[in-house]
Design a protein around this ligand. Structure first.
Ligand SMILES: [Zn+2]
Length: 270
């Protein structure tokens, strides 16, 4: 496993901004896939760095790019470290863009890529608070630029399910077992495991009020006193390493499906 920044194929080969303008000009634009990761800097409980969602994005994408075939024309942009984290504002260290700012930034990046003649973009998101906005932006970018635009949220891939309990899958939405395991596997010296809490929100689960379907517009202080939701104390480095491996395989498979997606074939009604 290769974890960490600027090590491995993601950075040595496929990191888009390492290219010169001449190299970008020479890329085959018709099938190039540009990966725009969007994360967050926000509180992740008393035990984890505020950089958690961004570090997770870098770590999982580093692993995923190791799995891509050498001839895949897939390019990684820097992870955008700021997202819409308004649900964590007031917790020290949280840095949030407003919805309108994030929308404008994502659209400007997409338009710039379009000016460079790229035609295919995937927004890879590792922060739940960005999800709704990025779904909307993906369609707006499609309409505004004509690019084929895709969404890939590693958190929705169930890649870590084999290593967590059913309860944790239900409630471990923020700084719980999965995120804590991945971060201690990637950067253990940034985590204070002795402070890792367990906090399960008292939330009335029903058909209409499932925790994960965002039927209730919560802010973190509604759910939790510690700033986490889940069982961070269950995290281990070994689980984190296994999860990173599985996430890497799943994200790579997702990127390859998107890479091979042929817009013409779905538009062809003949
Ligand atoms: Zn997170």
């Amino acid at each position: 496993m290769t974890a960490g920044r600027y090590v491995g194929k993601a950075w040595d080969q496929c990191f888009f901004p390492r290219l010169s303008k001449l190299e970008v000009a020479e890329l085959a634009k018709h099938d190039a896939l540009i990966v725009l990761p969007i994360a967050a800097i926000e509180q992740h409980g008393p035990h984890m760095p505020i950089y958690t969602d961004t570090l997770i994005s870098e770590t999982l994408l580093t692993e995923a790019f190791e799995q891509l075939p050498d001839d895949a024309n897939i390019w990684l942009l820097p992870v955008m470290p700021y997202g819409k984290s308004t649900e964590h504002l007031g917790h020290p260290g949280t840095i949030s863009l407003s919805a309108t700012t994030l929308m404008a930034v994502v659209m400007d990046i997409a338009k710039s890529l379009h000016r460079s003649a790229f035609t295919k973009l995937v927004l890879v998101n590792t922060h739940g608070g960005n999800t709704d906005l990025l779904n909307m932006m993906a369609r707006d970018i499609r309409i505004e630029t004509g690019m084929a635009v895709f969404r890939l949220d590693p958190g929705g891939l169930s890649s870590a399910d084999a290593w967590i309990t059913a309860k944790e899958k239900q409630v471990g939405i923020h700084a719980g077992d999965v995120e804590t395991s991945v971060v201690i596997a990637a950067k253990s010296n940034w985590v204070h495991m002795e402070l890792a809490p367990t906090e399960i929100p008292h939330f009335p689960e029903s058909r209409f009020l499932q925790f994960r379907n965002r039927a209730f517009a919560w802010v973190m202080d509604d759910l939790s006193g510690t700033g986490i939701s889940g069982d961070a104390s269950a995290a281990t480095v070994e689980k984190g390493q296994a999860m990173i491996g599985q996430y890497g395989l799943d994200i790579a498979a997702g990127l390859m499906d998107i890479y091979h997606f042929d817009m013409q074939s779905i538009q062809d009604r003949g």
